[in-house]
Design a protein around this ligand. Structure first.
Ligand SMILES: [Zn+2]
Length: 349
């Protein structure tokens, strides 16, 4: 954690009711759970000693920022989905952790291929296990949760289509969106256009990781060609002022994740972070964790970084929370309810 919880603002921000739109299930494993699984099962890991294992799954102090090294950690984290029970436990713990951080509405995303590959589970089955566990956990922890299925950019078109079909079929199980993630420098988004357009026609919402380490053109492509309503990160959109205006005009939500962006090298320092600039340009920006397990962070920590390093005042934080509520992949009436609830509770704070 790079934020000091003893800071006088930490408690206040921790108590703020929050919305999170961008959190990966695979990047949210509790390390204690992961070490317990490593000790119990024969998982072909470099070690089952927690401290030896930790650098494989978490960014360590002193690590050089590196996008590919960051993505590599997901490869190790794919080895922990050993059984339906453990998948349910990991989902439940992830949601409990968000709720403990006062997240009131969470959109949790995962790649069903990542969860099924180790034991050869059927993709549909894995999605149902996650949906059932999420349904239970949201009731137990007083938090509303919806799910986004993720397609890896390195996946084949056939697999991507399969994931999109499963996502559409699981709409009534709480799956509300489709995401494209992974290495945007090596794998363009264009080949997936038809699949995303099809899913959108079938009622799913679209978010795409773009402009994280790739150029502003990737953000434009995601919005104009593929129909993304939200963009994961979008930091480099700042390089194209006309694009920034377009994002503002179209009400595109940017899901920004500061610590993750430091860890991947997407930005050099937090003082360069364009969050405040986007706010001033009326872009709908939101703050998220991305991968609380890998980055050892929480949403409170991310808000604190915005206050301490990006010139974000408390009132602006409220604005980002309202932006997130407005960007929720919910039906119009539910989204309106969410926004109204946050407007009421944030005013007196
Ligand atoms: Zn992400």
């Amino acid at each position: 954690m790079i934020v000091d919880p003893a800071h006088p603002l930490w408690t206040k921000i921790s108590r703020l009711p929050k919305v999170e739109l961008h959190r990966h299930l695979e990047g949210s494993l509790r390390l204690e759970t992961l070490f317990e699984i490593a000790r119990t099962y024969d998982l072909d890991l470099p070690s089952d000693d927690p401290e030896t294992l930790r650098p494989y799954v978490q960014v360590m102090k002193g690590d050089s920022p590196d996008f590919i090294a960051y993505l590599e950690k997901f490869k190790w984290l794919r080895r922990f989905y050993v059984s339906p029970e453990l998948i349910a436990r990991i989902v439940s713990e992830c949601i409990a952790d968000a709720a403990a951080d006062n997240v009131k509405y969470l959109e949790l995303r995962f790649n069903p291929v990542a969860l099924s590959r180790l034991r050869g589970f059927a993709l549909e089955q894995v999605v149902l296990w996650v949906a059932e566990a999420a349904e239970r956990a949201q009731r137990d922890h007083n938090i509303k949760v919806r799910l986004i299925l993720q397609i890896g950019r390195d996946e084949s078109i056939a697999t991507a289509r399969r994931i999109a079909e499963i996502a559409v079929a699981a709409h009534s199980n709480g799956v509300v969106g489709l995401d494209l993630a992974g290495d945007e420098l090596a794998y363009p988004a264009t080949p997936f256009t038809e699949i995303f357009r099809w899913a959108q026609k079938k009622g799913l919402h679209i978010t795409i990781h773009a402009g994280e380490v790739g150029p502003a053109a990737n953000v434009r492509e995601a919005v104009e060609r593929i129909g993304a309503e939200r963009i994961g990160h979008g930091i480099r959109a700042v390089e194209d002022p006309a694009l920034v205006s377009l994002l503002a005009e179209q009400g595109i939500t940017l899901e920004m994740c500061p610590t993750s962006n430091l860890h991947t090298g997407a930005i050099a320092t937090l003082s360069d972070y364009p969050l405040r600039h986007y706010l001033e340009q009326d872009v709908r920006v939101t703050i998220n964790t991305d991968d609380p397990g890998i980055s050892n962070t929480s949403l409170t920590d991310e808000y604190m970084l915005a206050v301490q390093h990006m010139g974000i005042e408390l009132q602006m934080l409220h604005q980002t929370i309202l932006h997130a509520a407005a960007g929720a992949f919910l039906p119009e009436s539910e989204r309106h309810e969410l926004i109204t609830w946050f407007e009421e509770v944030l005013v007196p704070l």
